[in-house]
Design a protein around this ligand. Sequence first.
Ligand SMILES: Cc1ncc(COP(=O)(O)O)c(C=O)c1O
Length: 399
Amino acid sequence: MPQLASRMGRAKPSAIMAVAEKAKALKAAGRDIISFSIGVPNFLPGDHVYAAARAALDKDSGQYGSNRGSDALLDAFLAHIEAVGLTGYTRANCSTGIGAKHVLFNLAEALLDEGDTIAYAVPYWTTYADIADISNAKRLELPCPASQNYKLTPAQLEAALATKPKIFLFNNPNNPTGMVYTREEVAALADVLVRYPDTWIVADDIYNRMVFDGLGYHNFLHTQPALRDRLVFVDSLSKTYGMPGWRVGFMVGPESVAKAVTTLNSNHITNIPEVVTAAAIAALTGPQDVPTMRNAEFQAKRDSVMAVMNSIPGVICPRPQGAFYVFPDISCAFGKSHGSMRIDNDVDFCNALLEAKGVACVPGSAFGEPRALRISYTCPSAQLPEGMRRFQEFFAELA
Ligand SMILES: Cc1ncc(COP(=O)(O)O)c(C=O)c1O
């Protein structure tokens, strides 16, 4: 019998989706479940987005489109990134994909040869490890535990770059930790990056509009414009505009990279559909109150989750300032039990929490940090206090 390709032995289904599916199944079986598992924004885009999609449907000829993305879409994206200080780019610097995830896979294909190394901080968004494994690249994982606020230090970066990885993949604001690097922290990392010209820099900064406490979003290019010829910025409509299923992602960077990603598009997907393109343009160019309003709501939710985390003895939880995640270190629970359920690790903890209290969280090991778990707090506002109450109660009942 013929065998699957060996790469499939390295490919795993998304760990986050697995928890979400389990929670969904329990809900379908009649359990009262509160899900903090999947990272969906839980709001819908504005009416103008749907109106643009409907209008496009009326005149969509159903023909193939541009492999790079339509001119109007690229122009809308270029105007959008000017607001975060990324200026001076043209359409030739851009390309698109079926979500940022697809753009990242394309970048891996475009930039990595088999056996090359890709470096990134831990905790990481689960897909980074999958990208490395499926591309048959080596992972250089840089541990950033809660004790260092889940942030990469210049010294760690320096040591990593000295080994000449092909790609340094950076994610700010961060999934799963919600941490946001300050201007000074970004500048210090950028100062290291300029000294290592053999490494591509991929800034997966899709949460760049979701920053709280007036901290602002900062990019390596803001202080080190010289990095421009090897930095690729990745963006997405999924979280900012409440459009995860529309599947629109972008990149901007050196022309050679944008061209390579466009070539891969021409082979893999051909184009983003016209109706989706119209919706994307409307989101980028229309009223920007959706992301702004949601930021205020997310910041308030972050505060209520943090109040609970800070009240539980032994839980260590650096305070997130962006995205919509909280990532507490719950290892103080290891070695204890909830009723008859023994908790030896993060997976045991999440299973027992789901079983006993109907609260779904993602084990930190999915993000390379088995001492923690991820809470995605975008659930309906009314559910959050009840979910947090159950979380607190669960901890109080551990023996
Ligand atoms: C850090 C990060 N990058 C990329 C993505 C993928 O986004 P998209 O929906 O555009 O594929 C996600 C989604 O959760 C993410 O958290």
